[in-house]
Design a protein around this ligand. Structure first.
Ligand code: OOG
Length: 245
């Protein structure tokens, strides 16, 4: 696959996002493998940066069994977060800006330039696959920047002694929609730190002090409906919330 073909697929995904129009699984249909898909992802995020966005961190995806089962892809993947994806804690988002948005409860780390965690926080991730029916294969979802669309980080906390078995709730309009544990995230969300440092260095992405790392969802994702108030609660860490318009 030529560089021009990779750039063309990045353009297709970028246009799908900007026009809120789902597309077929063009990346797997092109025969691209996971390595080529990461090059498409880099080109896709470069288009956003040319429009003035700045990298704000990294995310891991499919770090829990619940997520792997939900989307039928069983490998850990990673993507890039930009400042434009950041949603203030307790803030609002226009659900109509997305194709078929979903939310999921996460744990976020604040990183230093060596990839160490300097703080931890409860978080919500807003994902929005650019593929029709939210269906994709591994190369598709990698190229689509792992469905990244938005993220909310709650109040930063000092790292507690243990992070490996904290209860996690996803509430929608005050009702529990998903229940899980931080143990679902790679057995211990701190493993996301090593995984992210390794992945970023193999991709030649230097980590920056203050970046956010989303460790991956602890439960399956739920659809984000207009008007919904969504809150992630992580035992001992607090909450992160958003309201959809
Ligand atoms: C892929 C992204 C998954 C997570 O936290 O597991 C993800 C998707 O479900 O569309 O972000």
């Amino acid at each position: 696959m030529s560089g021009a073909d990779l750039a063309d697929l990045a353009e297709r995904l970028d246009e799908a996002e900007r026009t809120r129009t789902a597309i077929p699984q063009v990346v797997s249909q092109s025969g691209a493998d996971a390595d080529q898909a990461y090059r498409i992802q880099a080109a896709l995020v470069a288009l956003r940066m040319h429009r003035g966005e700045r990298l704000a961190g990294l995310k891991l995806g499919l770090t829990s069994r619940a997520k792997m089962v939900q989307v039928g892809v069983d490998q850990v993947i990673w993507g890039r977060l930009t400042d434009a994806m950041r949603i203030e804690d307790g803030g609002t988002v226009d659900a109509g800006r997305y194709i078929h948005p979903r939310v999921e409860p996460e744990v976020a780390f604040r990183l230093d330039a060596d990839g160490n965690a300097t703080a931890v926080a409860p978080a919500l991730e807003l994902i929005d696959s650019r593929y029709a029916d939210f269906r994709f294969t591994l190369p598709d979802v990698i190229a689509d920047n792992t469905s990244a669309a938005g993220f909310v980080v709650g109040a930063w906390q000092p790292l507690p002694a243990g992070l490996d078995n904290l209860g996690v709730l996803l509430e929608v309009d005050g009702r529990v929609a998903q229940i899980g544990s931080t143990a679902a995230i790679l057995g211990d969300p701190r493993r996301a730190l090593t995984a992210a440092a390794t992945l970023a260095s193999s991709a030649g992405v230097p980590l920056e002090d203050g970046w956010v790392l989303l460790a991956g969802a602890a439960t399956a994702a739920v659809p984000l409906a207009p008007g919904a108030h969504v809150r992630a609660v992580v035992e001992g860490l607090g909450t992160a919330s958003l309201r959809a318009l």
